[in-house]
Ligand binder design. Structure first.
Ligand SMILES: NC(=O)c1cnc(N)c2cc(Br)sc12
Length: 318
């Protein structure tokens, strides 16, 4: 194959493989079997070996970098990654609602999202290209774990539109991967991880990306660092934008106009929690309108417009 037809085919393969990645991880509706994806990936690898200058950082062949780091660089977040105030029962939720309505009047609607039990992450894209990923750290300064995050298949190396945007989410280890990993560890007489959150954190804070690549990690994105520039006006619109850009969001979210709707959602997921393939430790409730979030603002460390309902600690079966 001559170089110009190789160049054309490489572009075609990039488009096909990122479309299939989007269908599989974001839409959860693959249009081709895995074996076809793997064949196209092998074809791309062979073309990049034959024409090394056709290789690019957003190529799906570049997910597992070679270098083992000796430490992580520090990253200062452009806007702080905050923590949430907690609610533990219905009374707490109703007093949250009262406080909001006292400041905002009665035209308030909430959005409920599952609280993923993983590791808070920030991803930065420049003109659509994934350029940096970091842990939350202390909320202002985190660790640069870009090489490890590139190994997560559901994180696109290039967005479907050339946005420059910083997005926040939670990286996690699905229960099936957690159980398999601990089985492996027990077989090698190694200390197993206590829970999927520790396993995800331990995997992403490895200095060797090949170890992170072997841990089948996943991610749900749920926030935009600076939504002002995107023109979205609510959290629910923001989540739809993230999905359109090719980022994985959690579909169980629900707009809840009243606190009674919030309480029904909390009740529903208290009961349905066990059917999920990943751990959640509660529900995040936010005022849906970004303008109202802006008006409510923040306390020293948490937004006034959101609260985390925490599930009661599970009885440990001894
Ligand atoms: N959907 C969400 O907003 C969400 C989900 N899962 C989490 N662990 C967190 C943490 C913060 Br802080 S927000 C959030």
């Amino acid at each position: 194959m001559d170089r110009s037809s190789a160049e054309k085919r490489v572009r075609e393969l990039h488009d096909l493989l990122s479309q299939y990645n989007y269908e599989y991880h974001v839409l959860d509706k693959p249009s081709v079997p895995d074996v076809e994806y793997d064949q196209l990936l092998t074809e791309l690898k062979e073309l990049e070996e034959a024409f090394p200058d056709l290789q690019s950082p957003d190529s799906p062949t570049q997910r597992v970098g070679g270098a083992v780091l000796d430490q992580f660089k520090k990253v200062t977040h452009r806007s702080p990654m905050l923590s949430l105030g907690n609610a533990f029962n219905e009374a707490d939720l109703r007093s949250f609602d009262r406080r909001i309505r006292e400041s905002m009047g009665d035209h308030v609607s909430y959005i409920c999202e599952l609280k993923i039990d993983g590791l808070a992450i920030s991803l930065r894209y420049e003109d659509g290209l994934f350029v940096q990923g970091a842990t939350r750290g202390d909320g202002t300064i985190g660790e640069d774990i870009t090489a490890n995050l590139r190994t997560i298949r559901s994180i696109p190396l290039r967005l479907r539109q050339p946005f420059s945007i910083e997005v926040r989410g939670e990286a996690f280890m699905p229960m099936s991967s957690f159980l398999a990993l601990n089985e492996e560890k027990e077989k090698n007489a190694e200390e197993p991880f206590a829970n999927p959150r520790n396993a995800a954190a331990g995997s992403l804070r490895q200095l060797d990306p090949r170890i992170a690549a072997s841990r089948n990690l996943d991610i749900f994105l749920y926030g935009i660092g600076d939504p002002g520039e995107t023109g979205v006006e609510s959290q629910s619109e923001g989540l739809n934008l993230l999905s359109e850009l090719g980022l994985k969001t959690n579909n169980e979210r629900r707009v809840c106009p009243t606190i009674d709707d919030v309480i029904s959602y909390v009740q529903e997921w208290t009961e349905r929690r066990a059917e999920l393939s990943y751990d959640i430790d509660g529900i995040v409730i936010k005022v849906n309108s970004l303008a109202q979030q802006e008006e409510l603002g923040f306390t020293a460390k948490s937004p006034r417009w959101a609260i985390a309902y925490k599930f009661p600690a599970e009885e440990v079966v001894t």
